[in-house]
Design a protein around this ligand. Sequence first.
Ligand code: FAD
Length: 392
Amino acid sequence: MSRMTVPWAPASTTEEHLASWARHRELQKLLFSGGFAGICYPSEYGGQGLSRAHQDAFNDECADYEMPWQITGASLLICAPMILEMGTEEQKQKFVRGAISGELVLCQLLSEPSGGSDLAGLLTRADRDGDTYIFNGQKTWSTFAYAADYGTCLVRTDWDAPKHRGLSMIIVPINDPQLHLNRVRMVNGDEEFCEEFFTDLVVPAENLIGTENDGWTVASRQLFYERQAVGGASPYASGRARNQGFMASVPIDELARSVGKADDPATREFVGWAHAQDVVMEQLVHRVSTGMASGEYPALASAMMRLNHAEIPQQKQDMMLDIAGSLAVLGDAQGDGYLQTIGVNYLMRQGISLGGGSAEMSRNMIAERVMGMPREMAADRDVPFREVRRGR
Ligand SMILES: Cc1cc2nc3c(=O)[nH]c(=O)nc-3n(C[C@H](O)[C@H](O)[C@H](O)COP(=O)(O)OP(=O)(O)OC[C@H]3O[C@@H](n4cnc5c(N)ncnc54)[C@H](O)[C@@H]3O)c2cc1C
């Protein structure tokens, strides 16, 4: 493993993406063989069984090294923790151990074209047939599904039950010929998103997580781990190297100096505000995590961290664009792409308030489930799903 030179330009072609995934799997295997993978995961499933303090110390040490941050995303921060909590012993041995060791990569198959916020209104179906389920339907916005081996897929298994009570979470193989996958090009030119079409895809019933038709309980736990990850509080976040990945971070004070605005009063105010927000975010994560662990706050309080990680980074992107001005598009004389990162990041700013559940849905959760305000009106609650009116 080597210290890295900062890659300002993300991989963009399909070949570059595939090469980068091959490298990340290799790095994860190297970490596993060295006893550094899955630091907070239990040792019986391939982890190290150590504490958050050990993980933090490791993260500090490896900040300047090339790390498999793509694998650390949905695979190890969201899907594997959910399987660890809700899966059978066989599922944990296969999927959790597989993810930690770098043998398997997992992705999330939740959102559908009909809408991600109303997740319980999904339309993809899985019909039980003996020891198997037959899948038909479509998923979308699945991050890095093209590089994954399996996806945790929320589907409808009972159309006569109300919408939250007829769902099941089932692990599907991505590389099956009955699953057709397309890459989706984003505004920054990247192709990490995918959409998947299932046509009579046959999946063994042993891949069901939890109980049939109780998939909402399982999905709620997966969404908890996602909010925890997006909110910056996951104990499983390992070796997120500085300046790597989607929206590689550019320190705001470094940016001010590089465009000659270090003495500009308005810019100095931005820099001060940004540093204050970093401290607030850190304290908020600590306070909410401690409150959830002690039972003082419900699990849905994780929406507070998620919301903060939507609002603050977006405001920072806006300020950075102001500081960089036209250089965010034109770049500087060195032509190394450093300043254009600000422009490309700005294009992606809206994604921060959607991925991991939208900022508005986080506000709803905080209002209804943390502050106890009245629930939003839902005409489809308690109505058999097949009778729920929906657009074509
Ligand atoms: C970077 C990124 C990564 C993602 N990765 C994945 C992934 O790996 N797997 C996956 O399954 N999905 C993924 N998604 C999809 C994501 O979960 C959805 O984008 C999100 O849940 C919103 O759903 P939607 O885009 O369908 O918007 P919609 O649900 O159609 O919502 C559109 C707008 O309406 C607002 N809205 C909707 N309902 C309400 C309401 N009741 N009250 C107030 N406002 C409301 C929303 O906040 C949003 O602004 C990803 C998205 C992004 C941006």
